[in-house]
Design a protein around this ligand. Sequence first.
Ligand code: FE
Ligand code: CA
Length: 521
Amino acid sequence: MTDKRSFRRRDFVKLLGLVAAAAALPYVASTTRRPVFWGNPFQLGVASGSPDATGFVLWTRLLSEQLTDQDVVVEWELFDAAQPDQVVRQGQAVALAALAHSVHVELDGLKANHWYHYRFRVAGYQSPLGRARTLPAVGEAVSSIRLAYASCQRYEDGYFTAYRHMREQQPDLVCFVGDYIYEYRSRAGAPRPHSLRRIRNLNDYRARYALYKSDPDLQAMHAACPWLITWDDHEVENNYFGQQSTEGRGDISKLRAAAYQAFYEHMPLRSSSLIAGIEGLLKHGSLQLYQALDIGKLARLYLIDNRQYRAAPYCGESPSDGVAAVCADAKSYRTMLGEVQEQWLEQAMLSTQAKQASWHVVVQQTRFTPANYHVGALRNMSRDSWDGYPEARARLLHLFQQSDHENLVVLGGDIHQNWVAKVHADPYNKESKVLGTEFTGTSISSQSRATEAGMRRHLSRNPHLLYANAEYRGYGLVEIQQNKTEVTLFAVEEIANPESAVSVLARFAVPAGKPAALQQL
Ligand code: FE
Ligand code: CA
């Protein structure tokens, strides 16, 4: 363990060396030309993320034909939202050419539970104004918090109208649970086609993020509040696990390293998430997204990565293979989170600090409860979800039970459908204790091939399921209060119409201490 840590620190210092050398201004002044841009280079907007009680990360990326392989110094300013004319902090940051001229500014020492405004400037241009907030201090009493959850925003499949509506709801935090981009070429007849080729390298990933981030509704939502972001498969390649392709490409560690670099470049992540620096991205476990966040005493959020560290799902390596009725290795150890993350989660959930929180929210990417209650884990289900890792799910359920937190909520995405389910201690026994509630969100725009008839069948066969809907794209809003959590599902009525109306699809309430009493309002 000690060895591993010092190794990590050494490599991390390499990255920091790069950043620090560039950030030391006398040095920068001599190596960075004063750029001239023919148009505003803040084309991709701004973002904030990874908030805690004292700070957050501010992000932007310069995009301009006038950019060269030179680094560029960018100015940033922070304002108190209560006195928006007053600059409370300012500084300079370097848009490193090696990181696609992205900028990550990590702030701390700010007031807890407070909103701020921020913007960037360069060469006479300024970025859009962003809003960010710090979280309530650990142990602070908080009456409520509003989280939006979203996933799966395939650009060509439709407009990001859901985000326009989400912004009007003024969430405190957006939990993004995977498939921020898709790697494919645009399909024929798509409502919003693009001309990018299927992703093969770092430049392709960068171009894809630039395309997605050109969307005004996505930009505006990033500017409106901090995001907490995890990924799923399509940020690299469909259904990959660990460093392996399930599409016949074998070891995709190089492609994955490029994908992870582009993800870092485009997300408001802390530099400490790059465990071994940019050069270390080829290594296993190189970009750490998992983290716990406390929202005063009201809630503890656990952001999970079940993609990067997972083993192959059992019964063969392709989750879309036909499933054999009996799998020889059904009982074998198949990790979903990886051992290190699993141990971390155990500590995070069982800690004394965790005991202070009223609500526990697991923010992760794939469906947690079974898709098919009756056939056990062996047939008619996607093994890309937790169904493909029954032993890992059992261990997590054991942890939920052991932690004895009364109020557990699991958020997820991936399936492009809204599902609401009870999380039972034994997922295949409806008489077993209800430990919490799962809200699997529909997609922002990605198509669902499921039919309403199929959804009705799911509902009738699965006693743990309270609700299933495949018809609408949209997002969910979670309002956590001391005595209950309410979840509202919003539906975009026409995904191919950028002016589409957005309406309430369904609402749910979970009373504190009684997850079994989950009800539709
Ligand atoms: Fe998806
Ligand atoms: Ca997915």
